[in-house]
Design a protein around this ligand. Structure first.
Ligand code: EPU
Length: 421
């Protein structure tokens, strides 16, 4: 297993290219299963979750070829419909093969993904949506077993306790592309990744409208064909670099960033005092004056993304004054607090809000990454901490960030990957 070793205190500056969005790419790769033809997906980030999705596609019988950032999938008449526990347990997003399998094969067996370190992650909305379309669902030996002789469209309300669901919307939208008649998803997610998936499905011949709103309408078609698609840039990777510019008092230009997908993050960082300049296909983020504390509440898009919550908290730990983070998507997503505290951060957790009192400096320490975004937060804290920080268990980071230490070293960070002893 690897760890990252960071010597803090260097200002980051320069240009970095934003990779393709992991959370777009995963459901898009799953969607290729809706056709027998070849699909070519470009701008695929080279991260571990993508390898897991490729393994799942191959397990189902698809032929997959990867060449750098392009993945070609040739599902043909793949025979299998079982996504096994060994793969699903390593990546919750595997659940997004459920919709395509049931649409195309009328049967799916997908291991129940269970909870994870960021808190309980139920799938009731996925199942409710499929049942409303006439799919028979059972849970057997830890697997969701879904059968559908016929699938019909319908009006499906997909709101849960915490608002819309990104992957439930993806699953129902994919299933509905080949159902009989019209499906209307109410309280649908409209994250840029959901829109990207809808755009790919439309290229495959699906009839979808309203994908940028909370009401998506899908007219079922008999057959979909293969398509080519380049996935959108990763707004969370871009946001993580923006925080890196802020925390190291740096100046970073993000090539290929999509500011139109990042309004909430841009707004909060500007409120903190960062100088942010938008240009077509790029974003320049520059530290210009001492930063102010901010209050952030995570919400479904276009609100502030939960996937940026941990990273922004790292910035708050060294921003003079009191900042507050309220988590409204995953009320228990605070595993990073104990590790940031080991570095000298002062954070008080009150229910689903964290009250952060900025300190003058953090001090480097050995810390343990618990999930993907928490790992990014620890890395950011390490960039500004005094002395050496060892971030252990970085396989979490490798799940979702492409060449992260290379990108940060190019910007001037002292960071290296080492094998754990
Ligand atoms: N929820 C339910 N029932 C469901 C599904 C979700 O109650 O059936 C709840 C969840 O527990 C949560 C809220 O609804 O409280 C939103 O969860 P959502 O379903 O939108 O999450 P997801 O689709 O499983 C995706 C991303 C996550 C990201 C969330 C929220 C992918 C592969 N994953 O997960 O990304 O945090 O949307 O934006 O797209 C990450 O990249 O680090 C990550 C965790």
């Amino acid at each position: 297993m690897d760890k990252l070793v960071i010597e803090g205190g260097n200002r980051l500056s320069g240009v970095v290219r934003v990779s393709g969005a992991k959370n777009s790419c995963l459901p898009i790769l799953a969607a290729t299963l809706l056709s027998e033809d070849e699909s070519a997906i470009r701008n695929v980030p080279c991260v571990r979750d993508m390898n897991t999705m490729v393994k799942i596609l191959k397990t189902l019988g698809a032929d997959v070829e990867q060449d750098g950032s392009e993945i070609k999938v040739r599902p043909g008449r793949y025979k299998r419909h079982r996504a096994p526990y060994e793969l699903v347990s390593t990546m919750r997003a595997s659940i997004c093969v459920l919709g395509p399998l049931i649409a195309k094969k009328r049967r799916a067996e997908v291991s129940f993904p269970g909870g994870c370190v960021i808190g309980p992650r139920p799938i009731d909305l996925h199942l409710k949506g499929l049942e409303a379309m006439g799919v028979d669902i059972k849970v057997e030996k830890g697997y969701i077993v879904a059968d559908a002789k016929k699938m019909r469209g319908g009006n499906i309300y997909l709101g849960g306790h915490f608002g819309s669901s990104v992957l439930a919307t993806a699953n129902i939208m994919m299933a509905a592309t080949m159902a009989d008649g019209q499906t209307v998803i109410e309280n649908a997610a409209c994250e840029p990744e959901t829109v990207d998936l809808a755009n790919f499905l439309i290229k495959m011949g699906a009839k979808i409208r309203g994908q940028t709103t909370h009401r998506i309408i899908i007219e079922g078609v008999k057959k979909l064909h293969g398509a080519e698609h380049s996935v959108i840039p990763d707004r969370i990777e871009a946001g993580t670099h923006m925080v890196a510019a802020a925390i190291t008092k740096g100046d970073i230009t993000l090539k290929d960033a999509r500011p139109d997908h990042m309004a909430a993050v841009i707004d909060k960082l500007e409120e903190a005092g960062l100088d942010i300049k938008l240009a077509p296909g790029a974003l320049r983020v520059k530290y210009a004056r001492s930063l102010k504390p901010i209050d952030v509440t995570t919400l479904p898009y276009p609100g502030f993304p939960t996937d940026m919550q941990a990273q922004i908290m790292s910035l708050m730990t060294v921003t003079n004054g009191i900042s507050i983070v309220t988590e409204k998507i995953y009320p228990e997503r605070f595993m990073h607090i104990s590790e940031l505290s080991r570095m000298g951060a002062r954070i008080l957790l009150e229910g689903s809000s964290a009250i952060v009192k900025g300190v003058k400096s953090l001090s480097g320490a050995p810390v343990m990454a618990s999930d993907l975004r928490a790992s990014a937060a620890l890395l950011l804290a390490g960039l500004v901490a005094k002395g050496r920080t060892d971030v252990h268990r970085i396989y979490h980071l490798d799940r979702g960030y492409e060449k992260i230490e290379k990108k940060f070293s190019k910007l001037g960070a002292k960071i290296r990957r080492e094998k754990e002893e």
